[in-house]
Ligand binder design. Structure first.
Ligand code: GDP
Ligand code: IMO
Ligand code: MG
Length: 422
């Protein structure tokens, strides 16, 4: 069997959690391959809402095993809170969750470093979620990090102190002590709590599963435009959010990758700083934010809103090798008489349809094509044969532009508000 991948094509928050939950019955294993508690994946069903940060979005389906892969970074405090919330809802997490021994740990001092780094950047701050993501991945690539497997070592405390002391040295006279007084004991308590979750060699586990005919879905976090290599650097996260991240974040060989399902919103959002060519800093942007409830699932911040950006989406399809697309939140545009689609950028008077290297510094003007809106409530739609013609035209137009079929259409946040096309 091959591993299918489901990931975001924009700046995150495309609706990955919802679709992973919807398609999980087709899979035996759901595995997260990168990111950490900076992610917030929302699931809504049977009138209940759940936001997941580190745990894969297959956790509500009893028959699926959920794996936190080696490419993920873990904050024990957040993970414990997530597990407790799920247990309270009757989900026996310990039964269906496994964690890679190679997943790196976010220390309390990593979070302080994240905060100090953002404060030092001032106006140029990235808008990090302040979950310690950047400093933890820095320690991983700098070969200083602590991994989940280290928690089983008799000298774990010593290893912890060595790394925390190193961080304190970097922080100098930054006021870290009050934060550590509050979080350090909670961190160790949380690790103790997590000791009933099985630690595994996840690369071996997943490859054995593939060989024995099990179906695996890799769940991405963030989105392609936040990828450390291919996103709008430096306004990105610190991991590879693209399909290639599945290979390194789970130990899956490239020739084992099957379908790649790229998720995008029928418009576009971004949270945090950085370039966003189609951003609408006006009443229309505000209307999209209000109708789409575009507020961060992790930080509660307002998400910046704008029209769909085809040059960025084409780039994302190319980098990921998307074989299918899932279009989300079309219902948010129900009341718009016309919809704008950015087909090109104008840079220094020239039209381009690709992402320029210096997207952060260039003056980029989006060039739009106007598309007729459908002016109908889509939230009750369950079959595209009942869809308004203007909506079908929008789907066909995007498929033609992106050259990838849209196989899933989402018309509301609930599990049921999903149309799977043949
Ligand atoms: P993720 O990080 O990609 O999993 O996405 P988030 O959960 O951060 O953000 C997506 C938001 O949109 C959540 O509040 C979802 O409940 C909601 N959502 C998902 N799909 C749809 C949809 O088709 N229509 C509407 N109106 N909301 C949706
Ligand atoms: P999901 O998985 C949207 C953004 C932050 C910031 C930048 C770097 O829910 O789609 P970091 O904390 O990683 O150092 O922040 O990336 N960001 C996200 N934006 N969705 C996410 O995850 C994000 N995770 C990080 O806002 O701009
Ligand atoms: Mg999110």
């Amino acid at each position: 069997m091959k591993v299918d991948v489901l990931l975001g094509l924009q700046w995150g928050d495309e609706g990955k959690g919802k679709i992973v939950d919807v398609v999980t019955p087709d899979y035996d294993i759901i595995a997260r391959f990168q990111g950490g508690p900076n992610a917030g994946h929302t699931l809504i069903f049977e009138g209940q809402k759940q936001v997941l940060h580190t745990i894969p979005s297959g956790i509500f389906r009893k028959d699926a095993i959920n794996v936190i892969g080696n490419g993920v970074v873990i904050d024990p405090i957040t993970l414990k809170a997530e597990i407790e919330a799920l247990n309270a809802k009757g989900v026996d997490v310990a039964l269906n969750l496994k964690i890679s021994k190679k997943a790196h740990l976010i220390l309390p001092t990593h979070k302080v470093l994240d905060k100090a780094s953002e404060e030092a950047k001032g106006k140029k701050k990235i808008g990090s979620t302040l979950k310690g993501i950047g400093p933890t991945y820095m320690d991983k690539t700098g070969r200083n990090g602590l991994r989940m497997g280290d928690t089983e070592s008799p000298n774990f405390k010593e290893k912890y102190n060595n790394l925390a002391d190193k961080h304190k040295g970097i922080l100098g006279d930054y006021d870290y002590q009050s934060i550590l007084d509050e979080t350090e004991s909670k961190w160790f308590e949380a690790l103790e709590f997590l000791s009933n979750i099985e630690l595994i060699d996840s690369e071996q586990y997943i490859n054995d599963a593939i060989v024995s005919g099990k179906k695996v879905l890799a769940e991405g976090a963030q989105g392609t435009m936040l990828d450390i290599d291919f996103g709008t650097y430096p306004f990105v996260t610190s991991s590879n959010t693209v399909t290639a991240g599945t290979c390194t974040g789970l130990g899956v060989a490239p020739n084992r990758i099957g379908e790649v399902i790229g998720i995008f919103k029928a418009y576009c959002t971004r949270v945090g700083s950085g370039p966003f060519p189609t951003e609408l800093d006006d009443a229309v942007g505000e209307e999209i934010r209000k109708i789409g409830h575009e507020y961060g699932a992790t930080t509660g911040r307002d998400r910046r809103c704008g029209w769909i950006d085809l040059p960025a989406l084409k780039y994302a399809c190319m980098i990921n090798g998307a074989t299918q697309l899932s279009m989300m939140k079309a219902d948010v545009l129900d009341t718009f008489g016309t919809i704008q689609v950015c087909t090109h950028y104008e840079i220094n008077g020239e039209r381009v349809d690709y992402l320029p290297y210096d997207i952060t510094d260039l003056d980029i003007k989006p060039v739009y094509t106007e598309v007729e809106g459908w002016s109908e409530d889509l939230t009750g739609l369950r079959d595209l044969k009942d869809a308004p013609e203007a909506f079908l035209n929008y789907i066909t137009y995007l498929e033609g532009q992106l050259n990838v079929p849209i196989s899933i259409v989402s018309v509301g946040p609930d599990r049921e508000q999903t149309i799977i096309r043949n």
